[in-house]
Write a protein that binds this ligand. Structure first.
Ligand code: HEM
Length: 503
């Protein structure tokens, strides 16, 4: 017991000295740092602000300290940006300076210290990865080649739900079936592969592994070891779990999908016809542009960045439509009038459906899946809003607050798609307005927007065309309590939805 206390005291002392050195170094540079709560030795502001730095807590801090503020979380500097002008500075004007990503002990494991694309620093590797991924994933050609597949997957969802006798009475957790749909949408693009159904063992293995990856990475549980490096030995168990999961997941992707393709590529070389995304990625590997690990990390990135975010947004959209029956009715009316009753929605129809587009924009505004964007980072000392930003600070752009600040939006707490047809008619999801950045903007913005928007449109459109979406018996609303993570936001309780087929 005494030994343990002694060990803790020594650790504390060591950490205090480390922080004192860091702070004296910063002071020595005569930095004019952004305002923020007064840090205490070792812990900085950690004990004052706590672990859960979600978009709402950061908004409360911005109201106290201003649109740019600094938090010291142990040895880490965290800068929070909360107005459109500063967002423009970070993402656009100084997009190179602030275009890197922070990682932490856990993300280092899951990304092999930035061998992927999403979490790598801004530089040659990122540029190469983004270029290699563009043709197989992020072009209009990809949308045109895959949109019938997405329409088909949405029809399968409708058929399966109609077949489930409980759906129209007690209701079903619609998300579960939509999750299978999202896996199929993305695995068709990646590997030309579809899972057979909810009981497909491979689907369930992947779902579990990806879910655990999200949980471990987004949790606040490991903050202490990240903020105070001397405490890292206490994280050994957690990091071991992450490492095993990461190895298992990459092996799963390799054994079931990538290795066989690689073998064919090795046999056929440049004669291989490039049919799905992985063929293009392996072709880049064959030409020596990237290595085999990079290939697996691309698959890893798509599994997380594409499937989860889009699924969360669909789930939020369904919840808001259930809780706003008049909006749901108006949307159904638009679908019936423009397409004709019972005519299934297709991707080319989306441009004729302004109200559907407004519903999607409003969902992404009020319920932003990545409300703080993926954290940015400056590799070198930088200036922002008249302040000095020490090198390697984590920069959080509070995109949720930019899109929910009553100073910039009329009654932002209301779910009102009409705003995007009226006073905000010119605002698009692609970042043409720095108040509304659900996909970020600039160099590190989401390249998947080109796929996400049509998938959202086809899915929500199909559901509303086919069903009256209602809360479960006995409730008049679904619970929309939020669950945030390091930078994610989803619904806490997956809602049970009654899906009453339309006559
Ligand atoms: C509704 C669905 C989605 C939302 C809300 C969303 C949102 C975002 C956001 C906010 C970022 C970070 C922007 C920044 O840091 O400045 C991001 C990055 C990224 N997203 Fe998405 N995303 C979605 C769907 C997708 C899809 C479908 C894909 C792939 C097919 C994808 C791939 C990526 C990638 C690769 C990055 C990293 C870009 C980089 O670091 O250069 N996302 N996304």
């Amino acid at each position: 017991m005494d030994l343990l206390l002694l060990e803790k005291a020594l650790l504390g002392l060591f950490a205090a000295v480390t922080l004192a050195i860091v702070m004296s170094k910063l002071r020595g540079k005569h930095f004019k740092l952004p305002p923020g709560p007064l840090p205490v030795p070792v812990f900085g502001n950690w004990l004052q602000v706590g672990d859960d730095l979600n978009h709402r807590n950061l908004t409360a801090l911005a109201k106290r300290f201003g649109d740019i503020l600094l938090l010291r979380m142990g040895v880490r500097n965290l800068v929070v940006v909360s107005n459109p002008e500063l967002a423009r500075e970070v993402l656009h004007a100084q997009g190179v300076e602030f275009g890197s990503r922070t990682r932490n002990v856990v993300f280092d494991i899951f990304t092999g210290k930035g061998q992927d694309m999403v979490f790598t620093v801004y530089g040659d590797h990122w540029r190469k990865m983004r270029r290699i991924m563009t043709v197989p994933f992020f072009t209009n050609k990809v949308v045109q080649q895959n949109r019938q597949g997405w329409e088909e997957e949405a029809r399968h969802v409708v058929e399966d739900v109609k077949r489930d006798p409980k759906a129209a009475t007690q209701g079903v957790v619609l998300r579960r079936r939509l999750q299978l749909m999202m896996y199929n949408n993305m695995y068709r693009i990646m590997f030309n592969y579809r899972f057979q159904g909810m009981d497909d063992p491979l689907f369930n293995k992947l779902r579990a592994a990806n879910g655990e990856r999200s949980r471990l990475a987004q949790s606040f549980e490991y903050n202490y070891g990240d903020f105070i490096p001397i405490l890292r030995p206490f994280l050994r168990g957690y990091l071991k779990k992450c490492q095993e999961l990461k190895d298992g997941r990459l092996k799963l992707f390799d054994d079931h999908f990538v290795a066989a393709k690689k073998k064919t590529m090795d046999q056929l070389g440049s004669k291989m016809e490039l049919k799905c995304a992985i063929d293009h990625i392996l072709d880049a590997e064959r030409r020596g542009e990237i290595n085999y690990d990079n290939v697996l990390y691309i698959v890893e990135n798509i599994n997380v960045a594409a499937i989860e975010t889009t699924l969360w947004s669909i789930e939020w959209g369904v919840a808001e439509l259930v809780n706003h029956p008049e909006i749901q009715r108006k949307l159904r009316q638009e679908l019936d009038t423009v397409l004709g009753p019972g005519v299934p929605i297709t991707e080319p129809d989306l441009q004729k459906l302004p109200y559907l587009q407004a519903v999607i924009k409003e969902t992404l505004r009020l319920r932003m899946a990545i409300p703080l964007l993926v954290p940015h980072m400056n590799l070198h000392d930088a200036k922002l809003g008249g302040f000095d930003i020490p090198a390697e600070s984590k920069i959080l752009v509070n995109a949720w607050w930019l899109a929910n600040n009553p100073a910039h939006w009329k009654n932002p707490e209301e779910f009102r798609p009409e705003r995007f047809l009226e006073e905000e008619a010119k605002v698009e999801a692609n970042g043409n307005d720095f108040r509304y950045l659900p996909f970020g903007v600039g160099r590190r913005s989401c390249p998947g927007i080109i796929l996400a928007l049509p998938i959202l449109g086809i899915t929500l459109g199909s559901l509303v065309q086919s069903f009256e979406l209602l809360p479960p018996p006995g409730a008049n609303k679904v619970d929309t309590t939020e669950k945030g993570g390091q930078f994610s936001l989803h619904i806490l309780k997956h809602s049970t939805i009654v899906c009453k087929p339309r006559a």
